[in-house]
Every structure is written in structure tokens, then in C-alpha cells.
Design a protein around this ligand. Structure first.
Ligand code: ADP
Ligand code: MG
Length: 334
């Protein structure tokens, strides 16, 4: 047996990046989550070449001072939890303290942030995990993170990136999740000179749906509350073909859950046609201590303490409120 050794941080960060950063869309997701946790009211995402050459996220959140800006790049450094009991009721999107160091380990990275513009801002430049420069730089309150040439130093991963158009679609989808969860925040997505999303602050998620996908002019709402949690949902009939596209939000976090998605799809199918190309949003709210969000490094999955109850609540909401066999009810025309 060779000698056992503790790996250096740079290598550990690269290993973590393997789990946290799959593609440009993961970078968009992590950075936007940070902006939301920082209390941003407006988040701008700019991509070049589908995010392969550039992902830039700019926010007007709380920003960081010099010490925090440097700490943020350390592994397992977070302002969001402090004790192991915090882990049982997480109220922020982030908590692992892994995203920034992981992303910085596999890109040419720049963090520009200011907490109090009167004190000035700070710019930290990192390449492949090594800090190249830390300098004063003016900025309004908030944070900009720039991620260039993702996986430039991990050719094996770079090879797995898809065509820019495909990466762009994933990145856009990842932003849709956040934008649907937070209609009270403005989101912009630009790809080169094209504005793909320009979603101002709105009072109701139904308006957000229309800003994200202009072709939907009608939104059906559904809701139910019970032991399994509170479910609020929206269905925008597509009047088209193909599978309905479902966004599942659990306590404000867009997640994947085959069981829940399957449950909704089954109900829609059993109701007959009329849902081709529909957009469905299921917003499930439960007491935080009944949902474990610490399941997956990319936080794209959760585990329910009472999975059956959650499943039942979602299925009931969809079945009772939207669908009377074969026809749509409860149509809100706006
Ligand atoms: P986590 O989000 O799990 O705490 P990250 O690596 O994503 O871990 O971020 C580390 C820390 O950096 C966060 O806890 C937060 O304090 C700070 N931070 C990151 N992004 C921003 C931002 N956009 N605005 C303000 N603070 C930020
Ligand atoms: Mg984070």
C-alpha cells in the first residue's frame, strides 16, 4: 500500500468541482443562488458561447468586505450555517460553502464585490484555484462574479461540454427555476447581444410565466394544503405538442424528483389531451425540518421525511383542482 496523505486544498477543490460543477448551467445556478441569498433585488446573467467561454452574474445584494471576499473562496467557508443543528432547518439556498472555491478551481475566475461603496470594493482574480491578484476596485454595493473558460484546466471535463446552443438551453432552464421561485426579484439573461430573459419584479408568479414565455396568455392555478404540505401550482396550457414541462419548487428551491414529477404527469395524462407543451409549476412548501436538502452536492435533490404525504398532497392538488376528467377547470383569465 502506498502511504496515505491528506490532499492539498487545490486538489480537494478540483474534486469537489467534479460534483458541484457539471456545466455552465451549474455555475449559473450556484451564482444566482448566492445572489438571492445575498438579498439581491436584481440579478443579471451574461453568457458567451453558451456559457462555455463566459458566465457573468451581477447582483445588487449585500456584497462582501475584503476579509469576506477572501474567505468566500476558501473551502467550507459559509456565512449561512454555523452549527450542526442549523443543518436541520436551512432557510438559505446555499449552505455547503463549496460553490465559489469549486468554480474558481476549474475556471479563470474574478470576484468583484463591495459591501459599502464608500469603503471601496475589491477585485479578486483567480486562475485554476490560485489567487493571482487582490486589488481595490470601485463598485456599487453588490457582487459580480465572472467565470471564463470553464474547465480550461480539466480537458477531460471540457470534452463533455455540448454545443453552445445546448449549454445555453441548460443555463436558461436553470435560471427559469430561480425566476419562478422568486417573482419579487428581477432577472435578466443575455447571450452575447441577445436578451433571452428580461423579467421585471412582479407581484404574482403568473406574470412571471408570461415574461419568461411570451406564448402563454392563460394560467390555471391550483392549490391544496394538508399534512403533506402546502401546494400552490400553475399550469399554462401550451396548446401544442410534446410533454408538459414541469418545474418543481420545494421551499423555494428548484429540484428534481422523479416521483413527484411522475405523479403530476400521470394526472395530466389521465385527464386526456390538452396539456401538450404546457408549462407546469408545482410550488411545495413544508416545514424546513421535514425536508433534507443536504442530499446532493449540487443541491438538486431533496429527501422528504414523509415522502408519501408530499406525494399525496401534490397529486391531490393537481387532480382535484385542475382536472375534471377531460376538461380544464378553474381557469383564471387575465
Ligand atoms: P454557500 O453559498 O454554500 O455559503 P459559496 O461558496 O457559494 O457557499 O459562497 C461562500 C460565501 O460567500 C457565502 O456564504 C456568502 O457569505 C458569500 N457570497 C457568495 N456569493 C455572494 C454574493 N453574490 N453576495 C454576497 N455574498 C456572497
Ligand atoms: Mg452558494
Amino acid at each position: 500500500m502506498p502511504t496515505i496523505r491528506v490532499l492539498p486544498d487545490a486538489l480537494v477543490n478540483r474534486i469537489a468541482a467534479g460534483e458541484v460543477v457539471e456545466r455552465p448551467a451549474s455555475v449559473v445556478k450556484e451564482l444566482v443562488e448566492n445572489s438571492l441569498d445575498a438579498g439581491a433585488q436584481r440579478i443579471e446573467v451574461e453568457l458567451a458561447v453558451g456559457g462555455r467561454s463566459l458566465v457573468r452574474v451581477t447582483d445588487d445584494g449585500c456584497g462582501m468586505d475584503l476579509d469576506d471576499a477572501l474567505l468566500a473562496l476558501e473551502r467550507h467557508a459559509t456565512s449561512k450555517i454555523g452549527t450542526s443543528s442549523d443543518l436541520d432547518h436551512i432557510a438559505t439556498l446555499g449552505f455547503r460553502g463549496e460553490a465559489l472555491p469549486s468554480i474558481a478551481a476549474v475556471s479563470r475566475f474574478m470576484l468583484l464585490t463591495a459591501e459599502d461603496p464608500a469603503q471601496g470594493g475589491i477585485r479578486v482574480t483567480v486562475e485554476g484555484g490560485s489567487i493571482l491578484a487582490t486589488e481595490a476596485s470601485a463598485r456599487a454595493r453588490g457582487t459580480t462574479v465572472e467565470v471564463r473558460d470553464l474547465f480550461f484546466n480539466v480537458p477531460a471535463r471540457r470534452k463533455f461540454l455540448r454545443a453552445p446552443q445546448t449549454e445555453l438551453r441548460h443555463a436558461q432552464e436553470s435560471l427559469w427555476g430561480a425566476a419562478l421561485a422568486r417573482p419579487d426579484v428581477a432577472f435578466v439573461l443575455r447571450h452575447g447581444a441577445r436578451a433571452l430573459i428580461d423579467a421585471p419584479v412582479v407581484a404574482d408568479v403568473a406574470d412571471r410565466i408570461k415574461d419568461l414565455w411570451r406564448r402563454f396568455d392563460r394560467v390555471i392555478r391550483f392549490q391544496s394544503a394538508g399534512a403533506g404540505g402546502e401546494v400552490r401550482g400553475m399550469l399554462a396550457p401550451g396548446g401544442g405538442h410534446g410533454r408538459p414541462n414541469l418545474t418543481l419548487l420545494v421551499n423555494g428551491r428548484a429540484v428534481r424528483d422523479r416521483l413527484l414529477v411522475g405523479a403530476v404527469m400521470r394526472v395530466l395524462r389521465s385527464a386526456g389531451s390538452g396539456f401538450g407543451g404546457a408549462r407546469v409549476i408545482v410550488d411545495l412548501r413544508l416545514p424546513p425540518e421535514t425536508v433534507d436538502v443536504n442530499v446532493h452536492p449540487a443541491k438538486t435533490e431533496v429527501r422528504f421525511r414523509q415522502a408519501n404525504a408530499a406525494f399525496g398532497a401534490v397529486q391531490r392538488a393537481v387532480r382535484k383542482t385542475i382536472v375534471v376528467p377531460g376538461r380544464l377547470v378553474n381557469v383564471v383569465a387575465d
